[in-house]
Design a protein around this ligand. Structure first.
Ligand SMILES: Cc1ncc(COP(=O)(O)O)c(C=O)c1O
Length: 489
């Protein structure tokens, strides 16, 4: 296979922000009350006679392990790993100073009535939300593709759960979609049977980039007679969508326009901030739209389930990431989409394959108008390359230090999140070019001079003189992947 040479690195420019700068606005732009308080405290604190000996690396003085701590955490980070509560900082559970200020800024940015920070991951955010919304024996409709945390929490709370199942699955990429008609039918049937769902739990955004139009879905359900008024939406993968021009209108908090006609609505969304924003791992947010009682219930549930030792570095990262998205989010998401589009074009050139290379994001003649695909999640099909997706994954990591997570037998998923730069995209293209060049090369349609025999069973696939058609090539690769030995004799 003859791949084209790497192109010059692309530069994706953030939109020009130099014109008409309002100085006062500029100063306030990157307002980060919580992160500032953590920085100040880390300077003020010399010794703590409370707990957390690791603060500032104190307990490591003289230890031979100090260098390793430094390598992994950095002494600077250990300065913000501290525990100071109350008047000098804020109360995590019942804050009224910098933590609640930072949460209010996040709520404003996300268009929520309130936001709760969580430093133990969205697994716990989901447990908190279920605890706040669900009572024993409550009838709940759960999207089966939801994360395990929803399933376990509902079971633990004694909910009576029905499942919404997917209707379409793309065999190559593994993506699936559920049907809005199925959802409505389940809801109406339950109502007719006298056992309506009091809570509906949906996954808004799959890892592989299936994004549901939550405002339109909820509006459709309400218009068509659904009596449910409480919705819990897992937006674990969608915190950055609020800044992506094509996806922001699909996000859960955008459904707030429905409150005018449906004031009893309660919409809660959980987000793994660390999955798509510049946050430390386990940084999570719970946003809600609804009355103050809903906010109070969520806070009480957080008090019950959250660790009583929230992480200050994680809290600070939530505040900083919110400020970053507020000011730079749109530019970052433009860059992500531009790079993923560029990648799709270039990989087709590199591998000389235009058909079947980028997996379809939707079924043909897409009937699922309420489901969209995230342009920053690219699934490529390596079936025609003569190498399995597992091998490509291994080669990317072992030879090039590039990690991908999601693969199927034939496909790999590349997530162009906001940390992917033009340089990283070029590195990926170069690595894929190497892998493509190293993969088996077939003279298309040439007549074979040899036997090609697969063992078992030991029967020739090709005898001398036969044409090696693309179908035969594909068959041979399939045999190899299935573990057969293919001999050329
Ligand atoms: C849809 C979904 N919800 C929730 C979670 C849990 O998030 P966390 O790992 O932050 O606990 C995940 C994790 O991958 C997820 O994919």
């Amino acid at each position: 296979m003859n791949a084209s040479s790497p192109t010059a690195p692309i530069i994706v420019k953030a939109p020009d922000s130099s014109s008409k700068i309002n100085i006062a606005h500029e100063i306030n732009r990157y307002e980060t009350p919580l992160a500032d308080a953590v920085i100040n405290l880390s300077h003020e604190l010399s010794n703590s006679f409370h707990a957390l000996p690791i603060t500032g690396g104190s307990s490591l003085e003289g230890s031979l392990l100090k260098n390793k701590y430094d390598e992994i955490f950095g002494m600077q980070m250990l300065r913000s790993e501290m525990t100071i509560t109350g008047t000098y900082f804020d109360s995590f559970f019942f804050g009224n100073k910098v933590i609640s200020e930072a949460e209010n800024l996040a709520a404003k940015l996300y268009g929520a009535d309130g936001t709760l920070f969580v430093t133990t991951g969205t697994t716990v955010s989901n447990q908190i939300a279920i605890d706040a919304l669900c009572e024993r024996n409550m009838r709940v409709l759960l999207d089966k593709s939801c994360h395990q945390s929803m399933h376990f929490a509902l079971r633990q709370h004694g909910a009576v759960v029905d499942h919404l199942l997917p209707i379409w699955r793309c065999e190559k990429s593994g993506k699936n979609i559920w049907s809005l008609n199925d959802l409505l039918t389940l809801i109406l049937n339950a109502q007719h049977a006298g056992a309506p769902y009091e809570l509906i739990v949906l996954n808004a955004h799959s890892y592989d980039g299936m994004v549901y139009d939550l405002p339109q879905i909820i509006a459709y359900l309400l218009q068509n007679g659904a009596a449910t008024r409480t919705f819990l939406i897992d937006e674990a993968w969608g915190a950055a969508n609020y800044f992506q021009k094509d996806l922001k209108s699909l996000t859960a908090m955008r459904a707030r326009f429905l409150f005018k006609d449906h004031p009893q609505l309660k919409i809660v969304a959980t987000q793994s901030a660390h999955k798509s924003l510049s946050c430390l791992r386990q940084a999570s947010m719970i946003h809600y739209c609804g009355d103050t009682e809903l906010g109070a219930r969520l806070k009480l549930s957080r008090f019950k389930f959250h660790t009583t030792s929230p992480s200050y570095p994680i809290l600070a990262s939530l505040d900083l990431a919110r400020a970053q998205m507020q000011e730079e989010g749109e530019a970052l998401l433009i860059r992500a989409s531009t790079l993923s589009t560029y990648f799709c074009q270039e990989i087709k050139n590199l591998w000389h394959m235009t058909d079947n290379l980028i997996n379809e994001t939707m079924p043909p003649a897409n009937p699922f108008v309420y489901a969209h695909s995230d342009p920053t999640k690219v699934s490529i099909n390596v079936d025609d390359l003569g190498i399995s997706a597992y091998d490509v994954k291994d080669k990317l990591f072992l030879n090039h230090g590039i990690y991908v997570n999601r693969i199927t037998d034939t496909s790999l998923l590349f997530n162009f999140h906001i940390g992917i730069t033009a340089g990283a995209t070029e590195n990926l293209l170069r690595a894929l070019q190497d892998i493509g060049l190293a993969s088996e090369q077939w003279p298309s349609f040439a007549n074979s001079e040899n036997f090609i025999i697969s063992y078992p069973p030991g029967v020739p696939i090709i005898v001398p003189g036969d044409a090696i058609t693309p179908e035969i090539q594909k068959y041979i690769r399939k045999m190899k992947r299935s573990g057969a030995h293919v001999f050329y004799a």
